[in-house]
Design a protein around this ligand. Structure first.
Ligand code: ATP
Length: 270
């Protein structure tokens, strides 16, 4: 089993990331996001908490995130923005881009981004989810803004794939050739410049690259939201705030993240 170790992660960080991030690894916890949120007032910006086993990982709105021990990379980053950057909702898209860049460096080039917070890869029957990002805001409403960025990546799901109620895939099926420690460090190396640039310019500087990595570009999709009518259209891409632009018969509709889920058109699951 591939065990996370602080020392090995630190060895693989570049100098900037080594200075910016303070890494702690624990054997097991419910959710690294919940742990960092609970302790956020006492921890410095740049604290990273990684767990070898995350037993109660969360997706959006408390949905369950499956993370088998040793088969998943699960960690969270606490980050402080001096002033709330405009359009904080673009942050999970920007963070997803850091992960996509990193997994590419680690040998997996087929991962694409699914709006707003997933990493997906192709299977014979369509896109399958390889990872997800959960950004949560914590701390006082006024003044500096504290965010916790949770990243869950499927490395080798094994039998746990059967517990997941939508198409899932893992990085070992896609050619990953590095250890969990190296993968985590590579993500942090990519995440740091993105966080710094996001603080200055929000999502806009990342829009074009995100759109190049967009899994559903020009595809017919359905946006599903609880208690709302589904919206059908062609996904054109993200705008400068990280909203999804959908071409519909009534014109371009701008979807802000909220709690909507994107699915391939004509299928309830994809
Ligand atoms: P969206 O597709 O818009 O992100 P979602 O329904 O996928 O919405 P999330 O909150 O992003 O919701 O993720 C949680 C969901 O992801 C779970 O309800 C489950 O369907 C799926 N899931 C849980 N664990 C995994 C995993 N390890 N790999 C892939 N998918 C998972």
């Amino acid at each position: 089993m591939d065990i996370l170790e602080t020392k090995r992660i630190r060895q693989a960080l570049d100098r900037d990331a080594g200075n910016a991030f303070n890494i702690a690894v624990i054997d097991a916890t419910g959710s690294t996001n919940s742990d960092l949120i609970a302790a956020s007032s006492t921890l410095p910006s740049g604290t990273v908490l990684a767990a070898n086993h995350q037993t109660a990982g969360r997706g959006r709105r408390g949905r369950n995130w499956v993370a088998p021990p040793g088969g998943s990379l699960a960690f969270s980053v606490l980050w402080n923005f001096e002033t709330m950057p405009g359009g904080l909702s673009g942050l999970s898209l920007a963070a997803g881009m850091a992960v996509a860049r990193a997994v590419e460096q680690c040998g997996v080039s087929s991962v694409r981004l699914k709006w707003p917070n997933d990493l997906v890869a192709p299977r014979a029957d369509g896109w399958a989810k390889a990872g997800g990002i959960l950004v949560e805001v914590t701390g006082p409403a006024a003044g500096p803004c504290y965010v916790v960025i949770g990243i869950g990546l499927n490395v080798a799901l094994g039998a746990a794939i059967a517990e997941i109620d939508q198409a899932a895939i893992d990085l070992s099926m896609l050619g990953l050739r590095v250890s969990h420690n190296q993968l985590l460090a590579t993500i942090l190396n990519e995440l740091l410049p993105i966080l710094r640039q996001f603080a200055m310019g929000g999502f806009l500087p990342f829009r074009d690259e995100w759109n190049r990595r967009h899994a559903y570009a020009s595809q017919a999709v359905t946006l599903l939201g609880e208690g709302r009518l589904p919206i059908q259209g062609t996904a054109t891409g993200a705008d400068g705030d990280g909203a999804l632009l959908l071409e519909t018969p009534d014109g371009i509709v701008r979807i802000i993240s909220g709690d909507v889920s994107l699915r391939r058109a004509s299928l309830s699951q994809s």
